[in-house]
Design a protein around this ligand. Structure first.
Ligand code: NAD
Length: 449
């Protein structure tokens, strides 16, 4: 079967690929399995050198990779450039981590006890379409640093950057078979990886619904899983915040990547006494978001990923909106920046829209703000805007969420842990924490008697 890859900004076909099935997936797992014994014994210095070389190659091909990503996802080129820069930083970070992730000696009676960090073997990496290269690197970096070999499955809609990266992996000198990319449907290729007896772990990023199936499928072989799933994060704005700063930043926390961001702060909770002023400032700031041709350096928001996804997003905005922005006309899966007033019980506040739709919700005091923010099955990210330092930390401790920012919307950095509470998943990516998910601890006791 052929897979057609489309540019969401023009609806043009940009590639046709052969679609892999179960047989090709098994072959890729076989190659990864064969490559494992040699890769796990590459010296830490050499493994670090190879990862560093890969990071440098990404830097050298940054513009090309950013253009591939921009064409395939419809994301603005400026954002795609920033993402590719992060990919290189992630590989640099894990190159540096290879020889710093090690075991310990533990005082015991009658001998010496020591621990080793062992690789898992072949790991399956399943990635969504919203940040294809970025999220691939978050998994590849720690997986390779720990000495695993991998089978990477990009999303069907956005396979192009992963395929180019696989070529750079070979150019870096990382041996053949260590990184394998398989392009095909999730329910065939993804499912096979999840159930394959020779795959030791699945690193999955995607929807909570598919994540639930991954967890069930992995149970058959007691496979390790890391799940980075959906979100419905809150942006809490207290009346004592710098309202202008908060309102200027808020649109980018929802409309970045056209809202197709698991960290989107799509519930904006505002203290009643500041609600009207904040709403006016938010509309003013949202009006300035530049929506249009992703190839234009100044563009801040592109189209949605597909016509089907646009229909899903539209289904969340049935009544009056407080604000609806402009979009280009003609071809492309455009959807305007949209702000609606909502209660936390409304569908738009409960489900992940994954589009540029913000729900504005009032609260009366700190206790109610915390209650509303936590009243969701998700727990991925969030922001707190206040000039009161004690309150900022008090609220941060009370929120059931994995990644928070205070007076900021920043969520991801190569060096800091990222991941969810509740149905946003478990396990951590990025930072040194990610290495835990790609290694096993082995304990060895040596008798001295
Ligand atoms: P999705 O769950 O539909 O697909 C994700 C990946 O899983 C794709 O590669 C897909 O082919 C594969 N897949 C589909 N069915 C499968 C199956 N039965 N078995 C194994 N794999 C299967 O998600 P999506 O629509 O590509 O991405 C959007 C979702 O991803 C949103 O919910 C978003 O919040 C989430 N996301 C989470 C994070 C995070 O770090 N928490 C980051 C980005 C996106």
């Amino acid at each position: 079967m052929a897979l057609t890859v489309i540019n969401p900004a023009t609806e043009e076909t940009i590639a046709r690929l052969d679609e892999a099935g179960v047989e090709e997936t098994d072959e890729a797992v076989g190659r990864a399995r064969e490559a494992f014994p040699a890769w796990r014994t590459v010296t830490p210095t050499d493994r670090a050198r190879l990862l560093r070389r890969l990071a440098t190659l990404v830097e050298e091909h940054a513009e090309e990779l950013a253009r591939i990503e921009s064409h395939n996802v419809g994301k603005p080129i400026s954002g795609a450039r920033a993402e590719v820069a992060m990919v290189a930083q992630v590989f640099h970070f894990y190159a540096g981590a290879v020889d710093k992730h090690h075991g310990e000696t533990i005082p015991v009676a009658g001998g010496v006890d020591m621990t080793f960090r062992e690789p898992l073997g072949v790991v399956g990496l399943i990635v969504p379409w919203n940040f294809p290269l970025n999220i691939s690197s978050w998994k590849l970096g720690p997986a390779l640093a720990c000495g695993n070999t991998v089978v990477l499955k990009p999303a069907e809609l956005t396979p192009l950057s992963a395929l180019r990266l696989a070529e750079l992996v070979l150019e870096s000198g990382i041996p053949e078979g260590v990184v394998n990319v398989v392009v095909g449907p999730g329910r065939v290729v993804g499912q096979r990886l999840v159930e394959h007896p020779d795959v030791a772990k699945i690193g999955f990023t995607g929807s909570t619904e598919v994540g639930r199936g991954v967890m069930q499928g992995a149970a058959g072989t007691i496979k390790r899983v890391t799940l980075e799933l959906g979100g419905k994060s809150a942006n809490l704005v207290f009346a004592d915040a710098d309202l202008e700063r908060a309102a200027t930043a808020a649109p980018y926390a929802v409309f970045d990547n056209a809202g197709q961001d698991c960290c989107a702060r799509s519930r904006i909770l505002v203290e009643r006494s500041a609600y009207d002023r904040f709403a006016a400032l938010l509309i003013e700031a949202t009006r300035k978001v530049r929506v249009g041709n992703p190839e234009d350096d100044a563009t801040e928001m592109g189209p949605l990923i597909s016509a089907q996804h646009r229909e899903t997003v539209a289904s969340f905005v049935d009544g009056d909106a407080l604000f609806r922005g402009q979009t280009p006309t003609g071809r492309g899966f455009w959807f305007p920046c949209t702000i609606v007033e909502a209660s936390n019980d409304d569908r738009v506040a409960r489900e992940e829209v994954f589009g540029p739709v913000a729900a504005l919700i009032p609260f009366t005091d700190e206790d109610e703000a915390i209650r509303i923010a936590n009243d969701t099955p998700y727990g991925l990210s969030g922001s707190i805007w206040t000039e009161n330092g004690g309150r900022a930390l008090r609220v941060a401790r009370a929120l059931e969420t994995g990644v928070l920012s205070i007076n900021s919307n920043s969520s991801v950095r190569p060096t800091t842990p990222f991941g969810g509470f509740k149905q946003s998943g478990f396990g951590r990516e990025l930072g040194l924490h990610a290495l835990e998910g790609y290694s096993e601890v082995k304990n060895v006791f040596v008798s001295t008697e």
